[in-house]
Design a protein around this ligand. Structure first.
Ligand SMILES: CC(C)(COP(=O)(O)OP(=O)(O)OC[C@H]1O[C@@H](n2cnc3c(N)ncnc32)[C@H](O)[C@@H]1OP(=O)(O)O)[C@@H](O)C(=O)NCCC(=O)NCCS
Length: 201
């Protein structure tokens, strides 16, 4: 059984790098704070999750509308069970600049250091376009990695979007040996050329 350790302290405020705060909307005029999300933050987490899918592309508005409700209910249940750790970066007037979720997912038994029956999985990473390239996603992921390490986990997983890949690579994440067989062609397509399927997230 892995050793339990105190969770890492959350940094109270994330300083925004000078010169990197300009945006069309003039956001990030003060320090940005990271905090744990609560049930009250579910609307923001759902909105950010939807924003992530919209940018990844390939889903219809109808699919996204349906997914919102399903995700909200699922997140509420997982949060209540302590398996859904949401992190929010908020600006001085409380606007959500970025968020991400560490889901403590079920895992099958394996020998050795990966014997635990749960595995921390990063998901729903999203930074509002007005707050990008300020290091917010990196701060959120760094906190998650520290959290998982403090609890004795040997590995942390995620599925990366094209935009997310450089963020994770910079923090030391590497591609693994996952394989996949897509069983349904995306809507509106009769066949899918090899290698063009979307990744599951
Ligand atoms: C991916 C995403 C979460 C990154 O958020 P962010 O807060 O801007 O990321 P960070 O500021 O922490 O970026 C850290 C580093 O990653 C790299 N990086 C981040 N975004 C990048 C981009 N669009 N292109 C190239 N490199 C990028 C850079 O090296 C960056 O450091 P730098 O700004 O000093 O050069 C954000 O672009 C987003 O919400 N995208 C749409 C949804 C999505 O794809 N989410 C990820 C799902 S896996």
């Amino acid at each position: 059984m892995a050793r339990r350790a105190a969770p890492p302290a959350l940094p109270r405020a994330v300083p925004v790098r000078p010169g990197r705060t300009g945006s069309a909307r003039g956001e990030a005029r003060g320090p940005i704070t990271l905090r744990r999300a609560t049930i009250a933050d579910l609307p923001v987490l759902v909105r950010h999750r939807r924003g992530m899918w919209e940018e990844i592309g390939g889903r219809t508005a109808r699919d996204l509308d349906r997914a919102d409700g399903v995700y909200r209910r699922w997140a509420r249940r997982e949060m209540a069970g302590g398996k859904f750790l949401g992190l929010l970066a908020v600006d001085p007037i409380g606007r959500a600049a970025a968020s991400g979720v560490l889901w403590i997912a079920p895992a099958h038994p394996r020998p050795g250091r990966f014997a635990r029956l749960t595995t921390p999985t990063i998901m729903s990473m999203y930074t509002d376009p007005a707050f990008r390239r300020l290091g917010l996603a990196s701060r959120i992921v760094t906190w998650m990695v520290a959290w998982a390490r403090a609890r004795g986990y040997a590995r942390i997983y995620l599925n990366a979007s094209t935009m997310g890949r450089p963020v994770y690579a910079k923090l030391g994440f590497v591609s693994g040996n996952e394989m996949r067989l897509d069983l349904q062609a995306p809507r509106g397509r009769r066949s899918v050329a090899a290698g063009t399927g979307r990744r599951r997230r």
